[in-house]
Write a protein of this length. Structure first.
Length: 447
């Protein structure tokens, strides 16, 4: 007799539990990773997608041919999209703009409509991905599963993730470590495990900048965990302790894992494993720590595993020198570029060059790199006609300097220089932050 599930939904869950001990040099206690990227959609959120949609259809809130609208950081969208396709539903997702391009493309590959919203706005702001999702659901008569308040989110983990961990550890688990976003995973699995053994410790991992652990709210880079509000789906009373992880620690840990343990994970997985290592310190050899790894790293190739992006965001040490390291070596950590607007006078441009002892002055129009004023050319024209200094910069500006990313290595940067290109404008995260000349690079290399 052939054994197989009826469809892809039957392949969800029962993900492997793998020992990871190279990160700790083989030292006790036992540290096990629950690898949720083995789910068909590649993440722990596969579990809640089908749970929420089937419940809605059973309750008559959703019918075949209907529309599902959800705010998501990406992974919940994939879980919902898979379930929606098999249940005959149309899916629309709103997503913060900090999420990786791979996640956007993945959702569209599943046939979903994706609406990108700004990240750094309050949850109640009309532009936030929460509010936009509610608006779209109302406009299209769609169903909003709302993973932030839907009880079928933690219930899915109470019914599947928790029992799997208990069974796989033969009831020996002493600590569960998981990142918290909506809180469904840690609350559902945590509640089940505490019902089996009240002594099991539940440890939440939260990014610096999230309010779940009680910290001050500010932007952060880690994707998929942390919140600027308290979701109804999280049971804070179940969580015995918090480990608060920085962006840098999360991203560098994710990179360590692939090199030392051999599997690719995302930034939230890096944060969770970083938190688990903090938990392991001081535990006895008999302890069994399980950490939930929510997704794989193939969705973060353009960020986490992109050296230039990592350097631009300050996550990589300067094992190889970059343009950003040259700027930092000039004094301030991120120097502001001295520039002039195209409508300013050439006299003002000359005064700026004298004040700052520079011979090239970039021309920026509302942050856009549009031209260059060279001291030598300006002085030559002024000698011919002193009145030229009263004219606007746009009348004498030359072609703009090349604009390159701060993570560019010095070796690669040198190829941009020529007789016509005496300097480069350096940008970081889309903003011009400084100017580097060939002399600056030679000076840095000579140290």
């Amino acid at each position: 007799m052939v054994d197989y599930p009826a469809d892809i939904l039957g392949a969800m869950g029962n993900t492997p539990l793998v020992r990871i001990d190279r990160l700790r040099g083989g030292r006790a206690p036992t540290l096990l990773a629950k690898l949720e990227f083995y789910n068909p959609g590649g993440s722990v959120k596969d579990r809640i997608g089908i749970s929420m949609l089937k419940a809605a259809m059973d309750e008559g809130k959703l019918r075949r041919g209907g529309t599902v609208v959800e705010p998501t950081s990406g992974n919940t969208g994939v879980g919902l999209a898979i379930a929606a396709n098999l249940l005959g539903l149309h899916a629309v997702f709103t997503m913060p703009d900090k999420m990786s391009e791979e996640k956007r493309r993945l959702l569209r590959a599943y046939g979903a409509e994706v609406v990108i919203c700004p990240t750094n706005v309050a949850p109640e702001d009309p532009r936030s991905y929460y509010v936009v999702a509610r608006q779209l659901a109302a406009e299209r008569n769609g169903f909003l599963p709302d993973q932030y308040s839907n009880p079928n989110n933690p219930l899915a983990h109470y019914r599947t993730t928790g029992p799997e961990i208990w069974r796989q550890t033969h009831g020996r688990i002493t600590h569960l470590v998981a990142g918290a976003g909506t809180g469904g995973t840690i609350s559902g699995a945590g509640r089940y495990l505490k019902e089996q053994n009240p002594k099991v410790q539940i440890v939440g991992v939260d990014p610096e900048g999230s309010m779940l652990s009680g910290g001050k709210v500010h932007p952060y880079k880690i994707e998929g965990i942390g919140e600027d509000m308290i979701p109804a789906t999280i049971d804070l009373g179940l969580i015995d302790r918090w480990e608060v992880c920085s962006d840098r620690n999360a991203y560098l840990m994710a990179r360590r894992v692939v090199k030392e343990e051999g599997f690719l994970i995302g930034s939230s997985g890096g944060a969770a494993i970083w938190g688990a290592l903090q938990v392991c310190d001081g535990l006895s050899a008999e302890a069994v720590v399980v950490v939930i790894v929510p997704d794989g790293g193939d969705r973060y190739l353009s960020k986490l595993f992109n050296d230039a992006w990592m350097r631009d965001n300050g996550f990589l040490d300067d094992t190889s020198l970059t343009l950003l390291s040259v700027l930092e070596g000039k004094g301030d950590r991120i120097p502001q570029v001295v520039s002039v607007a195209p409508g300013a006078s050439l006299k003002e441009a000359y005064r700026l060059m004298r004040t700052h002892d520079i011979s090239q002055l970039p021309v920026l129009d509302e942050g856009r790199n549009v031209g260059l004023i060279e001291e030598r050319a300006l002085l030559a024209r002024a000698m011919e006609d002193p009145k030229v200094l009263e004219r606007p910069v746009s009348a004498l500006m030359e072609a703009p300097l090349p604009e390159v990313q701060g993570g560019l290595s010095l070796e690669a940067a040198m190829r941009h220089f020529s007789k016509e290109t005496p300097a480069l404008l350096v940008s970081r995260a889309g903003t011009i932050i400084g100017l580097v000349s060939k002399g600056d690079i030679v000076e840095r290399l000579a140290r």
